[in-house]
Design a protein around this ligand. Sequence first.
Ligand SMILES: C[S@@+](CC[C@H](N)C(=O)[O-])C[C@H]1O[C@@H](n2cnc3c(N)ncnc32)[C@H](O)[C@@H]1O
Length: 333
Amino acid sequence: MPDDCDEHDPDDLVGHLPVLPAEVIELLDPKPGQLLLDCTAGRGGHGALLIPLLGPGGRYIGLDMDPGNVAYSQERLGPIAEASGVELEIVHANFREAKWVLERRGIAGVDGVLADLGFASNQVDDPARGLSFREDGPLDMRMDTGSTITAERLVNTLPEGELADLIYEFGEERLSRRIARKIVEQRQREPITTTSGLAALVRRAYPRPPRSSAPARSKGSGKSRGRGKRIDPATRTFMALRIAVNDELGALDGLLADLPGLLKPGQLNAGGRAAIISFHSLEDRRVKRAFIGLGQGEGFTVLTRKPMTASEDEARQNPRSRSAKMRGIQRTG
Ligand SMILES: C[S@@+](CC[C@H](N)C(=O)[O-])C[C@H]1O[C@@H](n2cnc3c(N)ncnc32)[C@H](O)[C@@H]1O
């Protein structure tokens, strides 16, 4: 499950701490003069660490589907790139289009690819984006604010069966049919337009736990997590809608399919490296399967037998890092 309980300083303008910072550097091992493609530039957190290592003479191309984060990371990283002698460009694009972004620039392959999946904290923490139910907001959930599909549209227009399948598949929510029924009953009275309205409705679909019972186990029960910490019953439904609105798994599949062709073969163990950080099992399973498949063929080596995860220190300082899993692969031939 993605961590919704990111606690950063609301006055911090960056609004996001990069996860696994030392591990990303270790895995990608960037060298002066190399070209790095950051598929998820976000708030420029990883960029700020990686760009100085590419200079002098390197190049950093960042992608992001959120125009706000494109503008922010361009502004934040500009001075760092200049000081490091690195060419910088941040492009408003979905990473499923990475191949075309490179082709349009006449680039045949890059030395490193980074993808830090999901949302940045500044997006989750902005109630106007409707990504979290901690505060009330519109049922939006778009990463790309120019796209026309919102959570409100899905919730109020999808047939009941499709809604149930979506909540089951992307949220791994075993009460998906009940929740979809409640949604349809409610929208027949009036459209569902707010995060708090949807969260309250999902909670009503859950049976109340008996008062005296110990916290239930995590998966599918929607009741607990970790050391008895309960998760809100709405968490899985929100996660499912966010994945659907942004076609997150479709984009990841597209990136994984194109990845082998994006990477230049590494030389003397440098370059040709890709690192993907995922935050829930639906993503990690795909990355793991794709990397194992590549590793079984010629010319690719899996760099992480087990995914890299946050140290206790990092998990304490940056709660979002607790669910991060990073896998790496290298094109060797
Ligand atoms: C976890 S944040 C990345 C944070 C970044 N590594 C940093 O340290 O600041 C993910 C970012 O990727 C963007 N994003 C998510 N999926 C994307 C996709 N399919 N294509 C392009 N950008 C995407 C989001 O808009 C968000 O800004």
